[in-house]
Ligand binder design. Structure first.
Ligand SMILES: Cc1cc2nc3c(=O)[nH]c(=O)nc-3n(C[C@H](O)[C@H](O)[C@H](O)COP(=O)(O)O)c2cc1C
Length: 225
């Protein structure tokens, strides 16, 4: 590698008192801070969520999606049942994910089980997507090979002809493979980069039933950096 540039991390850190007894309040605050930082032009795509799954051979896989749902039941995203991730989730049920905002010296990690979110919620989100995005989702068999860009564009053109843009959220129906997943968390870890690499880490581990906002469902511990 080229000579590396070293950045010192000047995060404001995490203290157990402020974090509270369940991960929701801190997670919500950090997600909101990231959204504000994006509005201020300090970061891009604050919702970019790295999602890891494991294939049938135990081989890990990771890709970025956009976090489209976030409430005390867990973070969620949309994808396709045709995708590699969907096959991996179907097989193992397990999932891990990370939101990373390097300019804010912050990251959050989630580990747990993937759950399919109800079709009504997935459909409600579908209707908010721009027409072209809905057409692309219909035209693509996600994660499957295609001979070339031309075939992809032909598939797009065919869907666009079939479902013209009328300006209505109902002009393009969701394809059968449209799916939304939530991560039902078993652990949530917060990382805040601090000077001299003496970072703060706080991990919440599930000890009972309840949402991310239920104090009785979690215990927390500080981890060494
Ligand atoms: C910034 C960014 C946002 C993305 N958002 C999504 C998304 O919300 N859903 C999705 O299925 N793929 C999304 N993708 C594409 C995925 O990274 C990936 O290529 C795709 O989901 C297929 O992954 P798989 O073959 O592992 O299932 C996004 C990629 C990037 C870089």
């Amino acid at each position: 590698m080229e000579q590396v540039r070293r950045w010192d991390y000047e995060g404001i850190g995490i203290d157990e008192e402020t974090a509270g007894r369940a991960p929701w309040a801190l997670a919500r605050t950090w997600v909101d801070d990231a959204a504000q930082a994006a509005r201020d032009g300090r970061i891009h795509e604050p919702s970019a969520l790295a999602v890891a799954t494991v294939d049938a051979d135990g081989m890990p896989d990771v890709r970025v999606v956009l976090m489209r749902f976030f409430d005390p039941t867990g973070p969620g995203f949309v994808s396709s049942l045709h995708s590699a991730k969907a096959a991996q989730i179907e097989r193992t049920g397990t999932i891990a994910a990370a939101l990373t905002w390097t300019p804010l010296y912050r990251a959050v990690r989630f580990r747990g089980r993937a759950q399919v979110i109800d079709a009504e919620t997935a459909d409600a989100y579908w209707r908010t997507r721009p027409w072209g995005s809905r057409i692309s989702a219909r035209a693509s068999r996600q994660s499957h090979p295609v001979p070339g860009r031309a075939e992809l564009e032909a598939a797009y053109a065919a869907e666009a002809t079939r479902w013209p843009d009328t300006g209505s959220p109902d002009d393009v129906p969701a394809p059968e493979d449209w799916v939304a997943y939530r991560i039902a968390c078993e652990s949530v870890e917060f990382w805040s980069g601090r000077p001299d690499r003496l970072h703060d880490r706080l991990r919440f581990t599930r000890v009972g039933e309840g949402g991310l906002d239920a104090p009785e469902a979690w215990r927390s511990e500080r981890l060494q950096p």
